[in-house]
Design a protein around this ligand. Structure first.
Ligand code: ADP
Ligand code: MG
Ligand code: ZN
Length: 482
């Protein structure tokens, strides 16, 4: 039998924590990193006789998430009870939305390699988070388990995509774009380390050309973009092998082990719960009227896609640059703040994309913690532009600015790095280089163009990088070739 070729089919379920200060049905804090069970009360602990009170702000944020992803909004929202037993779920049910999610039929546009691709969003619904089980093995208390209810009742939206994603890279891009949309709209801080943006990946494969989808595996709770991509790649490989051996993929829930780079079975779908959904009787339906939608819409900022298009149009930078710069709202703001000081968008964009992002990454810092203010970065690039310093020196100055937060003028002055553009001083250096390297000088004089690189290099070295290289070049030409 010829080797079968497969196509990958992926649908993603994302849980994003809404940015409210208090929980969705009680007034406990949603703050991360508190003492275990510090943020709890009879309501989120599911004591008998308590009643939930809906946090309106959570609905407002969910509504914004829907509008920012072009969903149709459900006008009459009801909540449903999803019943199951688990130690981290004190009520024995989770309040969620089942039959009527707040949003449906949305979309997210991937940029791919310049060819846009739309991924449908099936639904967005609101729900409360569960608590967290902590197993004593990791705390030096084997055999014991603990539960922390701080997360219980924290508001979430679950965003479910259509099975229209076709590769691990597309899945990664979908998540990056979704995260930036939610961040821009100030609906969620999408902090992956703190669990406010988590993803379940449903993965199946099918022979190329086949219409029906294959049996899927669902990889649960992946908490980094890199791991999503790796987990999917692993699944595709695993499922291909299963099919090539003539076996069947079983529908199951799997977990990703980042240390070993593999997924493993957690439970098969046969054991899956029947959740016995029914409408939550303790919460009245909430009506989202036209007026509320209008207000939410006008509260949305310029979203990444619009901003990217505007950057291309207004600043004349390439699509690719605009994509990188608008990936986070803070970075886009930083870029625009630079431009207000020094209006050379491409020079600024180049510097941000190479030097700045690299330095931030190696310091493990976010743009919001950048020690170099946009004004100072712009001033640095202006100094290069004005020939006050060379591009090469600028890199050294920049390293210093990153480390010390100093202004470029201060660094240049302290280290005496001003570019030498004085012709007399440069001529002296050139004469020295010619007499020390008569052979190369002669070669250049007799038409060997390439030697100029060497000669200029010698002058740059002698001047400790401070000579103006353009000027050095010109003066060599004039001197040796008249
Ligand atoms: P569940 O709630 O059991 O996870 P859903 O029907 O809500 O099931 O589907 C969840 C996700 O799985 C959706 O993103 C959907 O696009 C995706 N999905 C469904 N079937 C497949 C399949 N055969 N292969 C890949 N993804 C799938
Ligand atoms: Mg699922
Ligand atoms: Zn509470």
């Amino acid at each position: 039998m010829a080797l079968m070729e497969f196509e990958t089919v992926i649908g993603l379920e994302v849980h994003a924590q809404l940015k409210t200060d208090s929980k969705i049905f009680c007034s406990c804090s949603t703050r991360f990193g508190c003492e275990p069970n510090e943020n709890t009360c009879p309501i989120c602990l599911g004591m008998p006789g308590v009643l939930p009170v809906l946090n309106k702000r959570a609905v407002e944020y969910a509504l914004k998430a829907c509008l920012a992803t072009h969903c149709e909004v459900e006008r009459t929202n009801i909540f449903d009870r999803k019943n199951y037993f688990y130690p981290d779920l004190p009520k024995g049910y989770q309040i969620s939305q089942f039959t009527l999610p707040i949003g449906r039929h949305g979309r997210i546009t991937l940029q791919g390699n310049g060819i846009p691709k739309v991924i449908g969003i099936t639904r967005i619904h609101m729900e409360e988070d569960a608590g967290k089980s902590i197993h004593g093995d990791n705390l030096g208390k084997p055999g014991k388990s603990y539960v922390d209810f701080n997360r219980t009742g924290v508001p979430l939206v679950e965003i479910v995509s259509e099975p229209e994603i076709r590769s691990a890279e597309e899945a990664r891009e979908y998540l990056m774009i979704l995260r930036s949309i939610l961040e821009y709209s100030e609906v969620s801080d999408c902090n992956m380390e703190e669990g406010s943006f988590r993803c379940d990946a449903n993965v199946s494969i099918r022979p190329v050309g086949q219409k029906e989808m294959g049996t899927r595996a669902e990889v649960k709770n992946i908490n980094s973009f890199k791991f999503v991509q790796k987990a999917i790649e692993y699944e595709v490989e695993r499922q291909s092998q299963v099919l090539r051996q003539g076996d069947q993929v079983v529908q199951e829930t799997r977990l990703y082990d980042a240390n070993r780079g593999v997924t493993f079975s957690m439970r098969s779908k046969e054991e899956a719960h029947d959740y016995r959904y029914f409408p939550e009787p303790d919460l009245a339906p909430i009506v989202i009227d036209e007026d509320w939608i209008k207000r939410a819409q006008s509260g949305l900022p310029e979203l990444p896609e619009e901003k990217r298009d505007r950057f291309v149009k207004d600043y004349g930078i390439p699509e690719y640059d605009a994509g990188v710069l608008t990936a986070s709202r803070a970075l886009a703001d930083y870029f625009e703040a630079c431009i207000r000081t020094f209006n050379e968008p491409k020079a600024i964009s180049n510097w941000i994309m190479s030097e700045l992002l690299r330095e931030l990454k190696s310091a493990n810092k976010d743009i919001s913690e950048c020690p170099v203010t946009p004004e100072n970065l712009a001033k640095l690039l202006k100094m290069v532009h004005d020939n006050t310093i060379s591009g090469k020196i600028a890199k050294t100055v920049f390293e210093d600015m990153i480390a010390s937060g100093k202004s470029p003028e201060t660094v240049v002055e302290e280290k005496n790095l001003v570019q030498i553009s004085d012709e007399g001083a440069i001529e002296t250096l050139i004469d020295d280089v010619i007499s020390a390297n008569p052979e190369q000088a002669e070669q250049y004089r007799s038409g060997k163009d390439k030697v100029i690189g060497f000669l200029v290099g010698q002058v740059m070295k002698a001047s400790k990088g401070k000579a103006n290289p353009g000027l050095v070049n010109k003066m060599f030409q004039k001197k040796l070739r008249g």
